[in-house]
Design a binder for this molecule. Structure first.
Ligand code: SAM
Length: 432
């Protein structure tokens, strides 16, 4: 299997490698230019977030959809999509119908993903593409589980989900499944599955792509993951020279370093040491992070930019007045305003736009006293205010927040990053 996989990767200009701190990785065996597709793969298994709105085959919406007459829980845009999906759905359909009839329940997207993975594994030998090493269950088994590091509470939850899954799977009369294997696979999903997005990078579903999952994380990635339907494409967003590791970001690059590090540790069980997380000082002793974080000196008349003290990283120095400040104090003050963020998000989730706008405007106001205009801590504030103003059809204010957000996006994302492009696109539409 490893030889066959290596051969397929070689054809695409890639090479499988192993690093002691990261495990398996993908290296470029030739130069890739920005925009070039480095790798593509169809999912071993995938599931839509909400069925009934999109075709289960091609994930298209805004077309005439026909529901499966038996389970009435999946929809297709054409005979071709239905036939292509039938191999798996034939069994899944029985499972979903019986689960509804016997327990009055539907499966969540991650449970459905697991069901489809188990059915596919069982059918692998009968399926025409089973010989393709890009599409073998063996590759799924090679993905890390981090089982030992997963909390007991989480494992109990996975075991309960596995139990429901076993009952559901048995309705399909495909033979037995092992609860332990399902639990391990839930652990695998947590640190290997990818969110499938549409052209505007909005989440549509979840998929497992065992070759793409070999790609490790960096907070300064050289690639991005995009989707056409459920097929995934890894595209270079900067030049990748021969011998370089191919990387993707597993987390939101608009999050600050502390949040990114915490999220990576919590979900993927590693400490990121990429250049953005462990930056080296530039010539004027200013870290890239200091530019991005954009903390202002707390002395009212000064408001200079704070930079990390190279000798003692817990302290920050003002570039203007030279006074020292505890970094933790600055961060604590910033955190104390999270109540406005929570308040805004809560009102937004129940559609109370007026109250949500008030909360985010207050947050914007208090952040102004602590942070530069283009500090990355303000990205969520601007994004939410933009969203709210658009929903309220206040196009003038929306445009103001869109411009403010672009300034932060330009700092956080590389010029070729689609999120930056999308923000310019929104701005263009608002200008119009
Ligand atoms: C999707 S897998 C990536 C492939 C994995 N290296 C393997 O051996 O199959 C994610 C896991 O890889 C490891 N990993 C990914 N990026 C890493 C990084 N930048 N530093 C250390 N470990 C990393 C972590 O164990 C993480 O949970």
């Amino acid at each position: 299997m490893a030889d066959a996989l290596n051969l397929l990767l070689q054809v695409r200009g890639l090479k499988l490698g192993m690093l002691p701190t990261k495990g398996r990785c993908l290296f470029a065996a030739r130069r890739f230019l920005p925009g070039e597709a480095v790798l593509d793969q169809s999912p071993y298994a995938s599931a839509l977030n909400s069925t009934g709105k999109r075709c289960d085959g091609c994930y298209k919406e805004d077309c005439k959809l026909q529901e499966c007459s038996l389970c009435k829980s999946v929809w297709y845009c054409s005979k071709a999509c239905q036939e292509q999906e039938q191999v798996i759905h034939k069994y899944e359909c029985k499972c979903l119908s019986m689960l509804m009839a016997e327990k009055g329940r539907e499966l969540t997207p991650s449970l459905r993903l697991m069901l489809r993975l188990l059915i596919r594994k069982c059918l692998e030998k009968e399926m025409a593409d089973s010989v393709n090493p890009f599409d073998a269950y063996e590759l799924v088994e090679l993905l890390p589980t981090h089982f030992e590091e997963t909390s007991e509470q989480q494992l109990i939850l996975y075991a309960q989900m596995a139990n429901l899954l076993r009952i559901t799977y048995n309705y399909g009369e495909l033979g037995n499944v092992d609860i332990k294997e399902i639990t391990h696979n839930f652990c695998r999903f947590a640190c290997n599955a990818h969110t499938i997005t549409d052209a505007e990078l909005r989440p549509l579903g979840i998929g497992l792509y065992p070759v793409i999952s070999i790609i490790n994380h960096s907070c300064q990635p050289n690639c991005i993951l995009l989707f056409e339907g459920k097929k995934a494409y890894v595209r270079a967003i900067q030049e990748i020279s021969e011998g370089m590791e191919v990387t993707l970001s597993y987390v939101d690059l608009g999050d600050n370093t502390l949040t990114r590090l915490q999220n990576l540790k919590l979900q993927y069980f590693f400490n990121c040491v990429c250049p953005r997380c462990l930056p080296k000082a530039t010539s004027d002793k200013m870290l890239d992070n200091d530019h991005m974080e954009g903390f202002l000196c707390p002395i009212p008349k000064c408001k200079g930019l704070l930079i990390t003290n190279q000798e003692y990283s817990e302290k920050m120095l003002c570039k203007t007045c030279g006074k020292e400040t505890d970094k933790s104090k600055v961060l604590d003050k910033l955190k104390s305003f999270d109540c406005y963020l929570d308040d805004g998000l809560r009102h937004l989730s129940i559609g109370n736009l007026g109250r949500a706008k008030q909360a985010f405007e207050k947050l914007d106001q208090v952040q102004t006293s602590l942070l530069q205009k283009s500090s990355l801590h303000r990205i969520k504030t601007y994004d939410n205010l933009l969203k709210i103003c658009m929903a309220m059809e206040d196009w003038v204010s929306a445009l103001v927040y869109c411009h403010k957000a672009i300034k932060v996006y330009e700092r956080v994302y590389l010029p070729n990053h689609p999120l930056l492009g999308l923000q310019h696109y929104t701005c263009g539409k608002l200008e119009w």
